[in-house]
Design a protein around this ligand. Structure first.
Ligand SMILES: [Fe+2]
Length: 236
């Protein structure tokens, strides 16, 4: 995405749920990591070939089926190392042999590219985001003008509230988010734009956030998501 960075991130939108699968290319080493391989692995492999890289690592943001159903196909083609948070592996229970289990704050080296692992629970207990310089791969934690559901097994809307608050504190406004689904009117955004227009980032009260996430949002907003003014769409 930028000439001065040691990496490029390539996105593919795949499958019936508009999943984004990302290929992180480390320019110096020719290594690549695929994030959440699913749905159409031949397209992922073709993209890697097109860029002349070999997939050495698989990063999971979480263990839901629509983010992992291509792992085995990638492993058929490449001897890649699987990475996920320990908390997600415990929640998932049936992960593949010998994954590298991480804790929040760990760094993964992909050649000259440093990838920071963040623990961002809420959608699942071990959901992860991955930061590369000013890019943040957010999985189903933060979408453009949305956030992941918290009503599925392992979901916790109170944790999601605190996760989003922590992320707002931690990241500068210019940080670019790369979400796990294409649910909005555009594929990427900045933190500044999300703090302004993402309704899930407008709450200061956890109970109101929980009510909005669990009972109000899905009945009142529809895809593609667009920006919401602060104070608008808030249940009473
Ligand atoms: Fe999910």
């Amino acid at each position: 995405m930028s000439g001065s960075l040691p990496f490029s991130v390539h996105a593919l939108e795949l499958g019936p749920m508009e999943n984004f699968v990302y290929l992180i290319e480390d320019k110096a080493s020719g290594r690549a990591a695929v994030v959440d391989p699913a749905w159409d692995v031949p397209q992922v492999l073709a993209l890697a070939q097109q860029h002349g890289v070999r997939i050495t690592d698989i990063l999971l943001t979480h263990s839901h089926h629509d983010h992992i159903n291509g792992i085995e196909d990638v492993l058929q083609a490449y001897d890649a190392q699987l990475h996920l948070l320990k908390a997600e592996a415990q929640f998932w229970g049936s992960y593949l042999d010998l994954p590298t289990l991480h804790h929040g704050g760990d760094l993964i080296s992909l050649g000259e590219t440093a990838i920071e692992v963040l623990h961002t629970p809420g959608h699942t207990p071990g959901s992860a985001c991955y930061r590369l310089a000013d890019r943040l791969i957010t999985g189903d934690t933060l979408f453009v003008f949305g956030c992941g559901r918290c009503d599925l097994r392992g979901g916790d809307p109170e944790q999601m509230f605190h996760t989003l608050k922590d992320m707002e504190q931690r990241f500068s406004g210019s940080t670019i988010i790369l979400p796990g689904h294409n649910y909005a009117e555009k594929a990427t955004s900045t933190f500044e734009e999300q703090v302004e227009g993402n309704p899930f980032m407008h709450f200061d009260d956890v109970a109101r956030f929980v009510h909005y996430r669990m009972h109000y949002h899905d009945q009142h907003r529809h895809e593609p998501y667009g920006p919401v003014c602060k104070g608008h769409e808030m249940p009473g």
